[in-house]
Design a protein around this ligand. Structure first.
Ligand code: NAP
Length: 474
């Protein structure tokens, strides 16, 4: 098993943390910008030294390539020769060298989880990690029962022919503590709403929509995993990664055995799956003059739901007609109103529909907390059109001097003169200023899981205590 350094990354005093310009930058030499890198990768130069050949890399071989001019790193089972990239890495050569000759998956996930490294390092791909010989032997003996990497899946009851370049496939990789199941949907634009993951005891099931079918992975896992897992999507290539946490840090020889309909495409109309998804109720509006007349017995619940057109669940909701039924559970969550007691500064960090929990918080804070001096909402979106309730927010900020709203866009048009980028140390230290040194503060954060996780890490780096941070997770 490959050893992954466990200390936090980047290290507390590393250049990545002290850099001021957004995420982890060190000065790059001239001619070493991202554009220069793209140019180099497209130049046809042999960047791996293998003349385009892909090889299977053993752990022993990987360990040998641990020098700056000969540096291989494994990410999710694939090995890259990153030496040519060293001088182009915005985080600096030393940070890359931390993973030299080893499995850098966990380090990578802590810093760059949303970076499309597959495309960035495509020309540096050396090959994939070899499965240990002992495992191959097991596999041949138990070919009909055992699921192991990309080996043929013979025990499968498909409803569709599996030939053709567009048939989805899956693979798995492991580190000491994690197992990643990667699903290659071969369909661009896939998003989190298209996936349902369910695991109970050792049974693991993942369904994803592929056009008019569901692609199903259904496995009896060979070892126990923890309850929580994460799902990541690389939209540009249609890859889904489901990361499971091992209960014990042992090496798995194989993933598990196939269960009913494993690795099959099933027409969607045949499935009849029940879907459950949490949504945060909002108010009818932020401003009282927009509010609908209060109806007897608080009979109405408002939801603000983004329809992902290629998704599994929200298009169904979108098709609902007046008079149709959906079942709604009783509320869940752990936010306590006592957090607001004596509160002076309230900071809200929201990304996309992660704005929804902030609606009621804003309403409540501005009307019911006499001690409140300042509320700052930093709202991250891709484009101006994605900003939910922009004009209401602007009107509310105009009406109530305690409220300050900052929109940050990740993909604005060139005319946008507001803030641009992603959540970063620079941005948070600019905006999250306490009114007084000792004022009572609460920071609420909600958005895509990696956004929220990164935000919490950055807040802790900025010395906000655990009690001062509340993260909403779906
Ligand atoms: P989105 O439009 O995809 O993203 C909103 C903004 O966040 C964009 O600027 C985006 O930048 C940025 N972003 C995305 N991933 C990031 C990352 N890893 N690091 C830094 N910035 C990142 O968001 P959405 O589709 O509305 O999704 C909102 C999420 O909030 C959903 O996952 C939903 O489940 C969650 N949510 C949770 C709750 C709750 O827990 N109670 C309530 C509501 C919503 P790019 O342009 O670079 O993608």
């Amino acid at each position: 098993m490959l050893n992954v350094p466990s200390q936090s990354f980047p290290a507390p005093r590393s250049q990545q943390r002290v850099a001021s310009g957004g995420r982890s930058k060190v000065p790059l030499k001239q001619g070493r910008s991202l554009m220069d890198w793209i140019r180099l990768t497209k130049s046809g130069k042999d960047l791996t030294g293998l003349k385009g050949r892909l090889i299977e890399v053993t752990e022993e071989e990987l360990k040998k390539h641990n020098k700056k001019d000969d540096c291989w790193i494994c990410i999710r089972g694939f090995v890259y020769n990153v030496s040519p990239y060293m001088e182009y890495h915005p985080g600096g050569e030393d940070e890359l060298m931390r993973a030299a000759g080893s499995d850098g998956t966990e380090l990578f996930d802590q810093v760059h989880r949303w970076v499309n490294y597959e495309s960035m390092l495509k020309e540096c791909l050396v090959g994939r990690m070899a499965i240990k010989p002992a495992v191959l032997k097991d596999y041949r003996e138990e070919e009909k029962k055992v699921l192991n990497g990309m080996l043929p899946k013979s025990q499968v009851t498909d409803t569709r022919a599996k030939e053709g370049p567009s048939y989805p496939s899956y693979d798995w990789f492991q580190t000491n503590s994690l197992v990643t199941i990667a699903i290659y949907t071969k369909q661009k634009g896939i998003n989190l709403d298209s996936i349902i993951v369910d695991h109970q005891d050792d049974s693991f099931r993942a369904e994803t929509i592929i056009k008019d079918c569901l692609y199903l992975i259904h496995i009896g896992l060979s070892h126990e995993v923890q309850e929580d897992f994460s799902v990541r999507v690389v939209e540009s290539v249609g890859k889904i990664e489901i990361v499971l946490k091992k209960k014990e840090n042992t090496s798995w020889d194989f993933l598990g055995h196939p269960l009913e309909n494993h690795n099959s495409l099933i027409p969607r109309k045949d499935t009849g799956t029940e879907i459950v998804k949490p949504y945060t109720p909002v108010s009818g509006s932020l401003l009282s003059e927009f509010k609908e007349p209060v109806l007897p017995n608080n009979k109405y619940i408002y939801f603000l739901i983004k329809i992902y057109h290629t998704g599994l669940f929200t298009p169904e909701l979108d098709r609902l007609q007046i008079g149709d039924f959906v079942s709604v559970s009783s509320p869940e969550g752990n936010f306590k109103i006592s957090k607001f007691q004596e509160l002076e500064d309230l900071f809200l960090l929201a990304a996309g529909t992660g704005f929804t929990p902030m609606v009621k918080i804003l309403n409540y804070a501005l009307t019911d907390i006499p001690s409140l001096r300042k509320v700052k909402l930093i709202f991250f979106n891709k484009t101006e059109d994605d900003i939910i309730w922009r004009s209401q927010l602007e009107k509310l900020a105009f009406k109530d001097k305690r409220l300050d709203v900052e929109f940050v866009l990740s993909a604005p048009i060139s005319e946008w003169n507001g803030k641009q980028g992603h959540i970063s140390p620079a941005l948070l230290s600019e905006f999250l200023k306490r009114n007084l040194d000792k004022s009572k503060v609460l920071v609420c954060i909600c958005g895509p899981v990696p956004f929220t996780e990164q935000g919490v890490r950055l807040l802790q780096d900025l010395n906000f205590s655990k009690n001062e941070i509340h993260s909403f997770t779906a």
